[in-house]
Design a protein around this ligand. Structure first.
Ligand code: ADP
Ligand code: SF4
Length: 700
């Protein structure tokens, strides 16, 4: 599919958005518009150079004026392994990054590189070089990713000179690799940031004490970077201002104000952000679009240099407002540029309604924690551009005149039907329910999850415009119906169901509690009204347990939350949700009990056992809601495939399960599964074909 409308006609850009397409001068270079894909981790290290180049290049193709890398280490003394970080240490690394700059330049965008030294936040697990920080303190010593047994060493004056030399050398390599914008990164707990805060920086030399001293390292890093790129690249400063904004200053409204005044026009670009991933990349459950504004709104007043910032911006009206109100010059985006790499082009072409808006679920961020290439709930092609050849806007035309029946219109079925429809197949999409959306019908009504409805809204809107996709609601199909319909291919996206299975000491779902007062999320979705006191027992560990507890606490009955894990929504640490889940449970008056498993429900009491000691304890409980294991709804699949002769007779060439009906997962899995099925229909390549990326061979 091309980006144009049928017949090639494109609607004109709404003049209201012309402002967003003005060029912006950044030091010696000029961005073609105000759309700025900021640095963000994407799980593609130097071991995956072609995937990385294609992922970033696709954003340039989609109209972003600037496309940046993720964090790139300037020296082996900053080693974040096993997390997926990039390096720019030598000639091979230059060639690896040059693939990305070429790919970005090919589509007319500028390429930016976020040079990075992690200081006391890195463990240097692979290089085994003791890490360093201004005063020998470590970052997040109780956060599992950052726990280590070796504390950083205190930097001496030699280390400071060495750091400046590392930055300068890396900046020269960045220039050779073809980058247009080179960063000094003073944010998020990394080395230059560690100098800015007195909690980290106890130094008594010229780099500690007053703010002017604490900021000196950043000033010197900017100076050596300018010198190294010799006017051929812009020098950007990325800085976290949240903590500094909360610190009083004697000469300014806050230390953040004082710092921006001190550095003023030294950087060619200010890239301003928050201090920790959960506040910088807040999940939509708890953080609205534009949530950074109260912290960074003053920066433009204190510098003549352009300012870029983020805020999960997907609405062009909000973007225009940011510029008109003097908050930002460039609209920064990490997540919205992953969810829709073609966002700028769609605005340019007057196709705002086609923007696949980020839902703020932070699955993309969890990919970094998992050390794998980026995954996105909304955009199944993210990370697959090179290895699978998936383009976010184009898809191969149908390879046959086959008619396809898709059963189930949840995330998997909707994505599959849409992508098959785009390919040109004749598609029938049937669902038992009146409303499309599958699990999203209920889940988007849970506290904080309304924006997840964009998964449904976008697909429903796109399908509505395809004449070759017919949608049938209120149609529960049995095996006999499907055989009678006799489509060439049948895709089953019938979902999964929650079970009341409990949690055994072997850490597997085991043993079921039966009874009218034992419910699952499916029962609540179907309208069950649990009597209180209610206990939610969660070992699914993602959002459902905490979201359901918050939902039930909207009523009058007392609600408790019990989990075998050490935290509520334990997996939510991966998606930046966990800290705010804890706050939300506390605010709602929900009792939180960890390290416990349920053993029985009897006489208005829930019997529990400590996970480690087995010590029994009790909680008052009239209704238990178990949020644990899900099982695929695969009955239809087994009925249909039991006898291949009957299938053949009916003219059905294939029956494929997708999404939760195949393997229950998160929405991201369902969408990806539906997309893959559509891509691979009639494909000649083997089912799992994917190109394997590899580091570039050593030079010479
Ligand atoms: P996924 O996340 O894999 O897309 P969901 O559970 O969200 O799965 O959606 C499954 C959808 O399939 C639901 O909307 C459900 O109504 C529908 N469904 C399940 N069985 C049938 C059936 N036999 N006929 C039609 N629709 C069905
Ligand atoms: Fe947005 Fe979720 Fe995609 Fe990340 S994974 S870009 S938060 S939709």
């Amino acid at each position: 599919m091309s980006e144009s409308l049928p017949g090639g006609a494109l609607p004109a850009r709404n003049p209201r958005y012309d402002l967003l397409f003005e060029p912006v001068k950044i030091g010696p270079v000029t961005a073609r518009n105000r759309f700025y894909a900021v640095p963000h981790a994407a799980g593609m290290t130097n071991t995956l150079p072609h995937m990385r180049a294609a992922f970033r290049g696709t954003k340039a193709e989609g109209g972003w004026g600037v496309v940046c890398t993720g964090y790139v280490s300037i020296d082996p003394s900053s080693d974040d392994a096993p997390l997926p970080y990039a390096t720019l240490w030598d000639e091979d690394d230059i060639r690896s990054h040059a693939l990305m700059t070429e790919s970005v330049h090919r589509h007319g965008a500028l390429a930016g590189i976020e040079l990075w030294h992690g200081g006391g936040s890195v463990m240097n697990r692979a290089s085994r070089i003791p890490s360093m920080s201004p005063s020998g303190t470590a970052w997040m010593p109780t956060h599992v990713n950052f726990m280590g047994h070796q504390r950083p060493r205190r930097m001496d004056s030699h280390d400071i000179r060495a750091l400046l030399a590392m930055q300068a050398a890396a900046a020269r390599r960045a220039r050779t690799a073809g980058f247009d914008i080179v960063y000094v990164y003073a944010g998020m707990g990394y080395l230059p940031y560690e100098f800015l805060l007195p909690q980290w920086n106890h130094r008594t030399d010229g780099y500690g004490g007053s703010l002017a001293n604490r900021v000196r390292i950043v000033r010197e890093l900017l100076e050596v970077t300018h010198e190294a790129v010799a006017g051929r690249c812009a020098v950007a400063l990325r800085i976290s201002l949240e903590e500094l904004r909360a610190r009083p200053s004697q000469s300014a409204p806050s230390e953040a104000h004082e710092l921006v005044s001190l550095l003023g026009d030294l950087p060619d670009l200010w890239d301003v952000k928050m201090d920790s991933s959960p506040t910088d990349c807040g999940p939509s459950r708890f953080s609205p679009e534009g949530s950074h504004e109260p912290v960074i709104d003053f920066v433009k007043k204190l510098t003549t240099r352009p300012v870029v910032g983020v805020g999960r911006f997907t609405s062009p009206d909000t973007m225009v407002s940011q510029v008109r109100r003097g908050v930002l010059d460039l609209i920064g985006a990490a997540r919205p540029s992953i969810a829709d790499p073609f966002l700028p082009l769609k605005i340019d072409q007057g196709r705002e309604q086609d923007i696949r808006e980020c839902i703020g679920c932070n699955i993309c961020i969890s990919s970094w924690h998992d050390s794998v290439p980026v995954r996105c709930t909304q955009n199944p092609t993210a990370g697959e551009e090179w290895r699978r050849g998936w383009h976010p806007e184009r898809i191969a035309a149908a390879a046959s005149a086959a008619r396809v029946l898709v059963v189930g219109a949840g995330p998997a079925g909707l994505e599959c039907a849409l992508s098959l429809g785009r390919r040109g197949y004749e598609v029938t999409l049937a669902d038992a329910a009146t409303e499309l959306g599958g699990r999203l019908r209920f889940e988007t009504q849970l506290p904080g999850l309304s924006q997840w409805g964009r998964v449904l809204d976008w697909r429903r809107g796109q399908i509505d415009r395809l004449a070759n996709v017919s949608v049938y609601r209120d149609n529960r199909l049995g095996a006999a119906d499907i055989l009678e319909l006799g489509h060439d291919h049948v895709v089953l996206a019938t979902g999964a169901r929650w079970t009341p299975l409990l949690y055994s000491p072997l850490e597997v779902p085991d043993g079921e509690l039966q009874g009218a007062n034992v419910l699952t999320p499916d029962d609540i979705a179907a309208g069950a009204k649990p009597a209180g006191p209610v206990v939610v027992f969660d070992f699914d560990n993602y959002y459902m347990g905490s979201a359901l507890a918050l939902h039930l606490a909207r009523g009058t009955q007392p609600v408790s939350y019990v989990t075998p894990a050490g935290h509520a929504s334990a997996w939510g640490i991966m998606s930046n949700e966990q800290p705010q889940v804890h706050r939300a449970l506390a605010d709602a008056g929900i009792g939180l009990f960890t390290h416990s498993r349920v053993t029985a429900l009897t006489g208005g009491e829930l019997l529990l056992a400590n996970l480690f000691t087995g010590a029994p304890w009790r909680l008052p409980c009239a209704t238990l809601v178990v949020v644990g294991a899900r099982l695929a709804d695969e009955g239809l699949y087994h009925q249909l495939t039991a006898d291949s002769a009957i299938l053949r007779q009916a003219g059905i060439g294939s029956v494929t399960r997708i999404g939760d009906a195949l393997a229950p997962g998160a929405i991201v899995h369902a969408v990806w599964s539906g997309h893959r099925c559509a891509r691979e229909l009639d494909a000649t390549a083997p089912q799992c074909a994917l190109r394997r990326d590899a580091p570039l061979a050593a030079a010479g």
